[in-house]
Write a protein that binds this ligand. Structure first.
Ligand SMILES: [Zn+2]
Length: 181
């Protein structure tokens, strides 16, 4: 496995539409493993292939229950709404509040090419929607309200900010300073 270099906002690859994977090959399996390692190395909870410069429909997520790899993920169903904080490994230090479905069903293929369905709520639902957006060139900043920036100084010094909910920074229950995707 290998940690892959991340692409950052401003890179056109993040604004392009990723193409479906025709067949789950060894190359795809290795790429998913590398994406997983890259996600963990960056302390993220999700990663989409365009974030490592690959325009193919692949995502990895770990909302606290272990890694899930999905090839050609499709949002089949969304229910309810939920607004919470998000960040993105491709837009370091920027956070905002995004309205998403509270519960989703996502279909796709697992790394063996077998059909899977993921039924998720809470953080898992949010991460799945965030990552699938990446495959269509959509970034969370396109949808977010109350965007703000956290500097390294804020994180290290714990200086009080005017931003909403600074007290929850560092919690594991939602996208936080340490959990971009
Ligand atoms: Zn992201």
């Amino acid at each position: 496995m290998a940690v892959l270099p991340l692409r950052f906002e401003g890179d056109p690859v993040l604004r392009a539409k990723a193409r479906p994977v025709a067949k789950v090959t060894k190359r795809i399996q290795k790429l998913l493993k590398d994406m997983e390692e890259t996600m963990y190395a960056a302390d993220g909870v999700g990663l989409a292939a365009p974030q490592v410069g690959v325009l193919e429909r692949l995502i990895v997520v770990d909302a606290g229950e272990g890694p899930i790899h999905i090839v050609n993920p499709v949002l089949e169903k969304g229910e309810g709404t939920d607004i919470d904080r998000e960040g993105c490994l491709s837009i370091p230090g920027v956070y905002g509040y995004v309205e998403r479905y509270a519960r989703v069903v996502v279909s796709g293929l697992d790394p063996k090419g077998k059909p899977i369905r993921i039924d998720g709520d809470g953080l898992l639902a949010r991460v799945l929607q965030h990552e699938i957006d990446h495959l269509d060139g959509i970034l969370f900043i396109d949808k977010a309200t109350g965007l703000y920036r956290v500097t390294e100084e804020d994180r290290e010094g714990g200086a009080h900010r005017e931003e909403p909910e600074p007290e929850s920074l560092g919690e594991k229950a939602s996208f936080e300073a340490g959990d971009p995707s």
